[in-house]
Design a protein around this ligand. Structure first.
Ligand SMILES: Cc1cc2nc3c(=O)[nH]c(=O)nc-3n(C[C@H](O)[C@H](O)[C@H](O)COP(=O)(O)O)c2cc1C
Length: 373
C-alpha cells in the first residue's frame, strides 16, 4: 500500500504555540467512561487518548467546569485537585505518545436534568424547556423547564470557566476549547427562543452574547488567547427550541466576527447537523458553512461534521478551512492519520458500546497495520 503524506490533511500547521504534524483533529467525544462519584478520568482514559496521539490535535471529551455544569452521566470534571491529578495521567500518556491535547470546557445548562442536582432544575438563560433529552445515569429523559440564572450565577459561572481553564493547564493540557455551540449553555443565551431575559444578558445580539464573551475573557485571562479555542456556529439539531430563526445566522455572524478581536488558537466550526433546506440557514448546507464563515473570521478554522479523507483534503486545498476535525471516524480508528496516508479502509463503530463504563468498544480497536500484519 503506497503512502501519500503530501495530501493537505497530512501537512503540518502552527496553532497558537503548538506545532502540529498534521491537520487531522480528533473532535470532542463524550464516551461516559468516568463512572465514579468524583467525576475523575481513569487509567482507561489515558490508554484511549494515547492510542489516538497521532492526531495533529486531540480535543478532549466535554469536561464539566463545576458541579452546576453537570448534565450528562459519567462525564469527568475539571474543578477538583483530584480531577487535575487524574487528567495529568492522561495528558502525560498523550505527550509520551507524541501527541497534543486540549480540554473541552462544558456546561450543559438546560440540557441537564434535576437528577443531577438533587431534584432542582438545571440553570439556563430563561425558564424555557429546550425540548431535548438529557442523558442521565438511569437513561435518556426529557428536559425540563430550567431555572433562569441570577447575576450571581452568571458571575460564578464566568469564574468557574476561568478556574477550569487554569486547572487544565495545571493538568498538562496544551490548551482549552470552550464548548460554545450546539444546544448547550452559551447557545441557550444566544438563541432568541431560549433567552427571554430583560437584563443586559438578553434582547439585542450584543446582550445575548455578553455572557459568552465574559467567559471567553476569563478563559483568555487564565491561560492566554493562544491556548484558547472555541467551538461555535449556527448548526444545531433543528429540533425543539433549537429550530433556527431569522436571528440565528446574524447571531453567529456577530459572535464569530467578534472572535477576531482575540488572537485565539482556533475556531471549531460545525457544518450542518440537519437538513437545512427549508430553514433560514439553507445557504449553509454542505460546504456553504465554511465558505460563509471563512469570509468573516481571520484565524484558524477547523471544519467538522460528516467529513472524510476526500472532503477534508478538498476543503483545505480550496482554502476554506485550515484543519478538519473527525468525530465518529476516531472512535473505531485510533490511527486515523495513518489510514489516510495509506488510503486504507476505515473500521466500523461498535455502536452499542460507544457509551458505557468498560474498555469494550473504547480501547479495543486495533490499528490498521495490526489488523493486516
Ligand atoms: C459519541 C459522540 C460524543 C460526542 N461528544 C461531544 C462532546 O463531548 N463535545 C462536543 O462538542 N461534541 C461532541 N460530539 C460531536 C462531535 O464532536 C462531532 O461534532 C460530531 O460527531 C460530527 O463530527 P463527525 O461527523 O466527524 O462524527 C459527540 C459526537 C458523538 C458521535
Amino acid at each position: 500500500m503506497s503512502i501519500d503524506s503530501s495530501q493537505p490533511l497530512l501537512t503540518p500547521i502552527r496553532l497558537g504555540g503548538l506545532e502540529l504534524p498534521n491537520r487531522v483533529v480528533m473532535a470532542p467525544l463524550t464516551r461516559m467512561r468516568a463512572a465514579n462519584a468524583e467525576f475523575e478520568p481513569t487509567a482507561l482514559h489515558a490508554e484511549y487518548y494515547a492510542q489516538r496521539a497521532a492526531a495533529g490535535l486531540i480535543v478532549s471529551e466535554g469536561v464539566f467546569v463545576s458541579p452546576e455544569a453537570v448534565g450528562w452521566a459519567d462525564v469527568p470534571g475539571l474543578w477538583s485537585d483530584a480531577q487535575v491529578r487524574g487528567w495529568s495521567v492522561v495528558t502525560d500518556a498523550v505527550h509520551r505518545a507524541g501527541g497534543r491535547i486540549v480540554a473541552q470546557l462544558w456546561h450543559t445548562g438546560s440540557l441537564g436534568h434535576p437528577d443531577f442536582h438533587a431534584g432542582k432544575p438545571p440553570l439556563s438563560a430563561s425558564a424555557v424547556n429546550p425540548e431535548q433529552q438529557s442523558v442521565t445515569s438511569t437513561g435518556r429523559k426529557d428536559t425540563v423547564v430550567p431555572r433562569p440564572m441570577e447575576k450571581d450565577h452568571i458571575r460564578r459561572t464566568v469564574a468557574d470557566f476561568g478556574r477550569a481553564a487554569h486547572n487544565a493547564i495545571a493538568a498538562g493540557f496544551d490548551g482549552v476549547q470552550i464548548q460554545g455551540g450546539y444546544h448547550y449553555l452559551f447557545n441557550q443565551f444566544l438563541n432568541v427562543r431560549t433567552n427571554l431575559r430583560a437584563d443586559e444578558y438578553g434582547g439585542s445580539v450584543e446582550n445575548r452574547a455578553r455572557f459568552l464573551f465574559e467567559v471567553l475573557e476569563a478563559v483568555v485571562g487564565a491561560v492566554g488567547a493562544q491556548r484558547t479555542g472555541i467551538k461555535t456556529g449556527p448548526a444545531t439539531s433543528e429540533t425543539g427550541a433549537f429550530v433556527s430563526t431569522d436571528e440565528t445566522l446574524a447571531t453567529s455572524e456577530y459572535v464569530i466576527g467578534r472572535l477576531n478581536d482575540y488572537d485565539l488558537s482556533h475556531l471549531l466550526l460545525m457544518g450542518a447537523m440537519a437538513d437545512l433546506s427549508a430553514t433560514p440557514l439553507a445557504a449553509l448546507a454542505g460546504d456553504g458553512m465554511f465558505r460563509h464563515f471563512r469570509e468573516l473570521y481571520r484565524g484558524n478554522v477547523i471544519a467538522n461534521v460528516d467529513t472524510d479523507r476526500e472532503r477534508g483534503n478538498r476543503l483545505i486545498e480550496a482554502g476554506l478551512v485550515d484543519m478538519v476535525a473527525f468525530g465518529r471516524p476516531f472512535i473505531a480508528n485510533p490511527d486515523l492519520p495513518a489510514r489516510f496516508a495509506m488510503n486504507a479502509p476505515l473500521a466500523e463503530i461498535n455502536w452499542p458500546k460507544v457509551y458505557g463504563p468498560t474498555a469494550e468498544g473504547y480501547t479495543d480497536y486495533p490499528a490498521f497495520q495490526a489488523v493486516t500484519a
